[in-house]
Design a protein around this ligand. Structure first.
Ligand code: ADP
Length: 242
């Protein structure tokens, strides 16, 4: 089954683009971050989950075993989709190796989302998420250095467009944790780009300088670069949905 990795630093917009792409591509989106947060919503947390909560709040990476369990479960339940879209996985070299071993397959394509670090920090600090369904919004407005990103606010009132839930700031989006997450990204995750190259996996760069308004470009490039070359169960439109 074709699989695409949405790659890039925290705050670059993987969740936002991923949630539109999954519908346009009819791919199953697997967001390890969303799934971990869902587990942490249980009213009573086991000591293991308490530890996971602490790691997430401090901006570290949770264990490879936990992440692989999530991935295995999601991939096994991807029947009926055109493919799988990974958002937030892999986050280190070991996770990529474990994936290849477990599924006896390679990653088919990587979209590397890029933004400069100052912009990432601003976007992370402005991010708001729905407390119920996890949908992403952003209150910051950026207009500098060639970047023009309008805020991504709910259409009606102050609650989530998808489910009416309350919008909140994630604990790991506080300023001091943001810097740590970016360091972890550089140290643990970024080296994957070299590994993809060494493995001959195609990496397409995408720099969304206009935020969500650049989504149609992403869809078009993805179509030209990858999608038209793979056999998909269901035919895809040439145009993005937004
Ligand atoms: P962001 O979208 O800001 O990059 P995510 O929602 O993807 O953040 O992840 C939130 C947190 O969940 C991470 O900081 C990390 O603690 C944990 N996490 C998510 N995916 C992984 C992964 N593949 N490996 C290890 N930890 C992960």
């Amino acid at each position: 089954m074709p699989n695409i990795i949405l790659f890039g630093a925290p705050g670059v917009g993987k969740g936002t683009y991923g949630s539109i792409l999954e519908k346009d591509l009819k791919f199953k989106r697997v967001s390890t971050g969303d799934q971990i947060r869902a587990l942490l919503k249980a009213p009573l947390l086991s000591p293991e989950l308490e530890e996971i909560k602490r790691i997430c709040q401090s901006g570290g990476l949770v264990s490879n075993k936990m992440v692989l369990d999530i991935i295995i479960d999601s991939v096994q339940n991807a029947e009926g989709y055109n493919g799988v879209l990974f958002d937030g996985f892999p986050r280190n070299l070991k996770q990529l190796d474990l994936f290849a071993e477990r599924f006896d397959t390679e990653v088919s394509f990587v979209v590397n989302c890029l933004l400069n670090e100052d912009i990432l920090v601003e976007k992370l600090a402005g991010r708001r998420v729905c407390n119920d369904c996890g949908a992403n919004y952003n209150i910051c407005s950026i207009n500098k250095d060639g970047y023009f990103m309008k805020p991504l606010l709910p259409k009606h009132g102050q609650n989530c467009d998808c489910c009416g839930g309350r919008l909140v700031q994630r604990e790991d989006d506080q300023e001091k944790t943001i810097r740590h997450r970016l360091d972890v990204y550089k140290r643990e995750t970024e080296p994957l780009l070299e590994r993809f190259e060494a493995l001959g996996i195609r990496v397409m760069n995408f720099e969304p300088k206009r935020g969500i308004d650049d989504y149609p470009l992403l869809y078009k490039d993805l179509h030209n670069d990858y999608l038209k070359h793979v056999q998909l169960g269901e035919h895809l439109k040439l145009q993005a949905s937004i």
